[in-house]
Design a protein around this ligand. Structure first.
Ligand code: WQD
Length: 342
């Protein structure tokens, strides 16, 4: 007996595809909307290989409101939405701010309009710890003040949170949960889905695995002169499957009416901070790969350290990250090897 149908926008992407797997394995039916601008249709087949269930799929960009309406007129049984679809490259957003504001804000506004028109009450939104900027006090709780974003990408996350806060307050019967991710890493144990950035990876772990695979010559570590235990930046690296499970918990919360407000937000991290150099050493010990890296200057826009206080998610959602950094990095390497046929 299905628990109902969930729309996952951006469902062929990195976090989206892992969330589709967890939703299906928790008894939900899934329909994906994706424009395939930063992912491939093969992900749908790989999801089916993992779960035995092929999610329904519609290809279009959510900026097209007419196509959004056509979708909701076709799928009249959507119980909730998980919204991942967005442009997400920090550096690109600095070069192309209008593309980021237009895509990320319009897509969400179109979805909320359709929620109102077609009576889809619940939405879970993919937010980010980037809304905190560089916090004064660590670990960050949900009450830590948001700060001016470090990039247009980060600002779209803050503005989207405001759109949900104000929409759930103004319009009846719309409930939202924003999940503020820290740094998602790793891949499904099957190695059939994982992080597959187009072009040169911006993020640390895909750059590490591509260097280990010989696709990149050498990893550059952006700075070892920060005020941390080894001079490299601190982040809260969270396993992508743990993160995906948090979305299922958030959906269950909304569908069962356990939410305590129309708009809620939660930090989704491990609660532990690790430095970049600690992660590199963990990768080498978990995989036996001798990684070629060098220390270079700082990267513009990087904050020094951030990691989550996850008390609220642990106690309110009943969710906690479970996987270790070593098994997570081993899963990232297994994915890279499988994807490259190594
Ligand atoms: C992590 C650390 C780098 C690459 C961003 C967004 C966040 C989310 C994840 C989208 C930093 C260092 C990195 C490299 C390095 N967005 N690094 N060499 O910047 O913490 O977060 O991506 O999904 O919202 O803000 O992640 O992986 O780019 O960097 O030394 O080649 O690794 O300096 O300290 P970041 P990241």
């Amino acid at each position: 007996m299905s628990k109902g149908k969930i729309l996952v926008t951006g469902g062929t992407g990195y976090i989206g595809s892992h969330t589709v797997v967890e939703l299906q394995q928790s008894g939900f039916d899934v329909v994906i909307i994706d424009d395939l601008s930063n992912s491939s249709i093969e992900v749908v087949d790989n999801i089916e290989k993992i779960t035995g269930i092929k999610p329904e799929f519609e290809e279009f960009n959510l900026q097209d409101y007419a196509k959004c309406e056509t979708f909701f007129e076709k799928y009249t049984d959507i119980k909730a939405i998980i919204h991942f679809a967005a442009s997400k490259a920090v550096g690109e957003s600095v070069q192309e701010p209008l593309k980021y504001y237009r895509n990320n804000l319009t897509s969400l506004m179109n979805l909320v309009e359709c929620q109102r028109k077609y009576g889809v009450q619940n939405i879970v939104f993919s937010s980010s710890c980037t809304v905190y900027g560089q916090p004064e006090i660590l670990p960050v709780t949900e009450e830590t003040p948001r700060k001016e974003a470090e990039s247009p990408y980060g600002n779209t996350k803050s503005v989207c949170e405001d759109i949900l806060r104000d929409s759930t307050s103004a319009y009846k019967n719309i409930n939202a949960i924003a999940l503020r991710y820290f740094n998602p890493i790793g891949a499904h144990e099957s190695a059939l889905i994982g992080e597959n950035p187009s072009g040169v990876p911006n993020n640390l772990v895909p750059f590490i695995t591509q260097t280990a695979a010989g696709i990149r010559e050498q990893l550059s570590v952006f700075g070892d002169d920060y005020d941390t235990r080894d001079g490299s930046c601190i982040r809260d690296f969270i396993n992508v499957v743990d993160l995906a499970k948090a979305h299922v918990v958030a959906i269950d919360r909304l569908l069962s009416g356990k939410n305590k407000a129309n708009y809620e937000y939660f930090n989704i991290g491990t609660g532990d901070g690790a430095t970049v150099l600690e992660l590199i050493n963990s990768f080498m010990s978990a995989t036996g790969v001798d990684l070629n890296y060098k220390i270079v200057g700082r990267r513009d826009g990087d904050i020094e350290k951030i990691y989550a206080d996850t008390t609220l998610a642990n106690e309110e959602l009943g969710w906690k990250a479970e996987k270790t950094m070593e098994e997570t990095l081993a899963s990232a390497w297994n994915w890279e090897k499988h994807y490259r046929g190594l």
